[in-house]
Design a protein around this ligand. Structure first.
Ligand code: UTP
Length: 263
């Protein structure tokens, strides 16, 4: 039912400087896969085919990553390394990739607005790949349950209000919005109508908030663990957690942590 996913990836990643000065934050590795590949795999596992990536200056590595690397594939084929060859090929086969530039990072809402023509008149998903989620069932797939009307009840909230980056004492609840959305096409006129909000940026949250008076907006408490890999600490925690589960390096890492009396 949902055919398209939008991946905003045009931000400056200032919380990760200096590594993000010339390299995209979305290409930082989670063990051995870039963050954005995890997001694309989640979309694919949820049945999505069209991957729309919003990029900007200094983000060419993302396009190269999802493109066919002819030289690399030819070299691996020549060496007879079938395993690595199919691993490399599988990345460009993950979907149909479309790119749109956001010339200036004017906010997440602005990045999503840039995809209006590509998305057209259909509901679509938005994935922020620096929100890493460890879950049995991909979160987007869990969310489909709500739109199909199967899950009204446990873990589903009818949203009455939402605030972008509230001060803790002003937060209306202890539930937070994270980087997975399924949005209707009516979000685009809402994005065109809002003014810059928190941090002087066009905020997606403000546009969703504007929809509240016109349509029902649901929130879903997903099953899984979320890491904010857009921060150094969250990124390291995600890496340690995923690495410990990796069959190749997990046992050795565990031993190392034990020896160093870290765990
Ligand atoms: P973040 O706020 O986490 O990313 O936005 P950022 O702005 O790059 O990082 P900091 O805050 O400076 O450290 C979440 C996602 O939205 C994208 C980012 O690339 C990131 O993947 N984004 C953000 C855009 O595409 N455009 C924007 O104008 C802002």
């Amino acid at each position: 039912m949902i055919r398209k996913a939008v991946f905003p990836a045009a931000g400056f990643g200032t919380r990760f400087l200096p590594v993000t000065k010339a390299s995209p934050k979305e290409m930082l590795p989670l063990v051995d896969k870039p963050l954005i590949q995890h997001g694309v795999e989640e979309a694919r596992a949820s049945g999505i085919r069209d991957m729309i990536i919003v990029t900007g200056r200094g983000k060419n590595a993302i396009e190269d990553h999802f493109d066919v690397s002819f030289e690399l594939e030819a070299m691996l084929a020549k060496k007879g390394d079938r395993k690595l060859h199919s691993l490399v090929r599988s990345i460009s086969d993950m979907g149909d990739f479309f790119y749109v530039r956001q010339n200036l990072p004017l906010g997440l809402g602005h990045a999503v607005l840039r995809t209006m023509d590509m998305v057209g008149e259909e509901p679509f998903a938005v994935i922020l790949s620096d929100d890493v989620i460890d879950s049995k069932v991909p979160v987007l797939r869990q969310m489909y349950g709500i739109i199909e009307g199967r899950k009204i009840g446990k873990g589903v909230y009818e949203i009455v209000d939402m605030v972008e980056k509230p001060k803790p004492e002003k937060a209306p609840s202890d539930l937070a919005i994270i980087g997975r959305y399924i949005l209707p096409p009516s979000i685009f006129p809402a994005l065109q109508a809002i003014k810059p909000g928190a941090g002087g940026e066009l905020q997606l949250t403000d546009a969703i908030r504007a929809l509240l008076s016109e349509e029902r907006v649901l929130g879903y408490e997903f099953e899984g663990v979320r890491y904010d890999a857009g921060t150094k600490l969250g990124f390291l925690m995600a890496n340690i957690s995923f690495a410990l589960k990796d069959p190749e390096i997990g046992p050795l890492l565990r031993e190392f942590l034990r020896k160093e009396r870290i765990s």
